[in-house]
Design a protein around this ligand. Structure first.
Ligand SMILES: [Zn+2]
Ligand SMILES: [Zn+2]
Length: 596
């Protein structure tokens, strides 16, 4: 099914929802109801006492849904007619929401259209609408897989000073099977929720004393962050990046010059010194990095300069928007900036491209690419020469083509200072996340007058490339936890091997002694290993090892001692069997290096 057809079905279902609600609760004022990514919703002003205004019970939801399924049988087609401003005002004289919409349509000079569906039947329903409906609603909406899901409060037009309305949500997909698949995905996603797994796997925590949105990293979580960062660095090192370091605060003047003082004004954490100077915690690193470049005069021969820096940024997000690691107030960025000549842009972008693909490929993410371009119809929104824009955008397009990328063009998605390559990753549940972004920046070099001396001995403006790979490590970490469902690959697992001495019978001491020797051996090789020294029975030890999600368990029992070997079990593949210690080490090291 094409995107348009499912969008039409979802939109038509919003009409159906409104029709059912208006029939069951005739006092209600219906407002607006669009199609969304997984279905549809509609906002209503139920005429109920204020405190219960937004609560529609599950039982009522079931009744509404039943009514919808009954009504749709009479809905053969949508028909529309255009009405005059006065006609529209008269029809909706008792609905201030619709009146507001009508006045807006009039102000824009657009036609006012009413759509009626099920005309001539007792289930006829008319709504103010622009169109985009299913051609055969009775058939399409019966075949589609849909259901009402929940209600929520929603301010009229999303403005907090407006009245709180009741929003009713529904899921809708092309058929019942697709709805079922979506439900399965959601319940799997719930099991994998990174906030829940982060606690279970002891990776990070929050403290009321420290504050919300300020994650604290445990030893296990810190280990993983460092491994991820080291991997990015390993990939960057091959491309000539150098590490730099910066303080986490700056004078106001830096951000006035960069423009961030205005852009981030509400999100900046500000500090006044005892001498009355105003400082800010950095919300990003680019302005600081420009000042490392600006420390001296550069010859074109010395370019590009590539600075990489994993460092924490601070943004004062609103409490209501904070969520686990996805939205935080302090986050580490694996940030990098390339300072180069325009003629070097393509090569530099290709380098970042390789790093991005090597990195995300390691985790099995399938990347989709959006070329975020400027909108030529609105040149005033963008900084700099239009010819330069077309030229740099062509470079991005060339790269996407040369690399055979799965890409689409997003007109008007560019930043005001330059075009972008935005990568989207599909995770193991098929959900799409925006991940790495490579941005070309013609603005910051302008503002900070960053230049090099060219072949003619004259000054030449350079460009800057923003090239974070993970972006926010916190956010990437949350995606990774859910992608793997907590079952991290060997190279990344905070605990790689658990040794389980069987610990029963006459040989218990020998099992433990052998376990200690193996521990020393593996630990010495840099393998992250733990021995289960508890007094628990064998079965319990195995169960504990499994919940710890370590990729491998090594069992040492009588038969293993006799054979001078160990028994290996894999979290993902079950029993491996009895192997020698050398085989164990070879296997662990190989798998770690290969990052499988
Ligand atoms: Zn409509
Ligand atoms: Zn930057």
């Amino acid at each position: 099914m094409n995107n348009e057809k499912i969008a039409h079905i979802r939109h038509s279902l919003a009409h159906l929802l409104a029709a059912a609600v208006m029939e069951l609760y005739p006092e209600t004022l219906n407002t607006i109801g669009p199609a969304v990514d997984n279905g549809f919703y509609y906002d209503f002003d139920f005429s109920r006492p204020a405190d219960s205004a937004i609560s529609i019970s599950d039982k009522e939801l079931t009744t509404i849904e039943k009514k919808m399924r009954a009504i749709v049988k009479d809905w053969k087609s949508f028909e529309h007619k255009t009405v005059t401003a006065d006609e529209a005002r008269a029809i909706y004289k008792n609905n201030p929401y619709k009146l507001e919409l009508i006045e807006e349509i009039i102000a824009k000079g657009e036609l006012i259209t009413l759509y009626t569906v099920g005309a001539g039947t007792k289930n006829a329903f008319t709504d103010l609408c622009r169109g985009g409906h299913s051609e055969h609603p009775d058939k399409d909406l019966t075949e589609a897989g849909w259901r009402l899901t929940r209600t929520a409060g929603a301010y009229w037009r999303g403005v907090a000073t407006n009245k709180m309305l009741t929003r009713i949500y529904g899921f809708a997909f092309e058929n019942k099977l697709a709805l079922n698949d979506y439900d399965t995905m959601l319940s799997e996603a719930e099991k994998r929720d990174h906030k829940k797994l982060g606690r279970e796997l002891d990776l990070f925590t929050f403290s009321d004393l420290v504050g919300s949105g300020l994650p604290l990293w445990t030893p296990r979580g810190t280990m993983m962050r460092n491994l991820l960062d080291a991997y990015v660095w390993e990939l960057r090192g091959k491309h000539g990046y150098e590490k730099v370091e910066i303080p986490h605060i700056t004078k106001k003047e830096l951000y006035e010059k960069s423009g961030h003082w205005d852009k981030f004004k509400d999100e900046l954490f500000k500090i006044t010194t005892r001498e009355g100077h105003l400082f800010a915690m950095k919300p990003m690193n680019c302005p600081h990095h420009t000042q490392i470049y600006a420390r001296k005069k550069w010859s074109y021969r010395e370019l590009p300069q590539r600075y990489a820096n994993t460092t924490v940024c601070y943004r004062d997000e609103q409490s209501g928007e904070l969520s686990g690691l996805s939205r935080v107030r302090a986050f580490a960025q694996d940030d990098a900036h390339v300072f180069c000549r325009p003629s070097q842009v393509k090569e530099e972008l290709l380098r970042v491209w390789d790093i991005v693909h090597a990195f995300y490929g390691t985790f099995g993410f399938v990347l989709k690419l959006r070329l975020s371009l400027h909108d030529p119809l609105e040149p005033e929104k963008y900084l700099g020469d239009p010819a330069r824009w077309l030229q740099t955008e062509n470079i991005l397009r060339e790269i996407a083509k040369e690399k055979g990328a799965d890409y689409f063009e997003g007109i008007g998605e560019a930043a005001f200072y330059g075009p972008k390559l935005d990568f989207m990753a599909n995770d193991s549940l098929g959900r799409q996340w925006q991940v790495a972004t490579i941005q070309l920046d013609m603005n910051m070099p302008e503002r900070f007058e960053l230049e090099c001396t060219n072949e003619e001995g004259t000054s030449e403006r350079i460009v800057m490339i923003h090239a974070a790979i993970m972006g926010s490590i916190e956010r990437f970490f949350s995606i990774l936890i859910e992608h793997y469902g907590g079952n991290f690959p060997l190279w990344l697992a905070p605990e790689q091997v658990v040794i389980i001495p069987v610990g029963a019978g006459d040989n218990a001491d020998r099992h433990h002694k052998e376990a200690a020797l193996l521990y020393e051996h593996l630990h010495g090789l840099g393998i992250r290993v733990r021995v289960d020294l508890s007094d628990a029975g064998f079965g319990k030890k195995i169960r504990t090892a499994k919940t710890s999600r370590a990729p491998y368990f090594v069992i040492i029992g009588d038969k293993d001692l006799e054979a001078g070997k160990i028994t290996l079990e894999s979290r993902d593949h079950g029993q491996v069997g009895q192997i020698s210690k050398d085989e164990l080490v070879a296997r662990l090291l190989k798998e770690t290096v290969e990052k499988k």
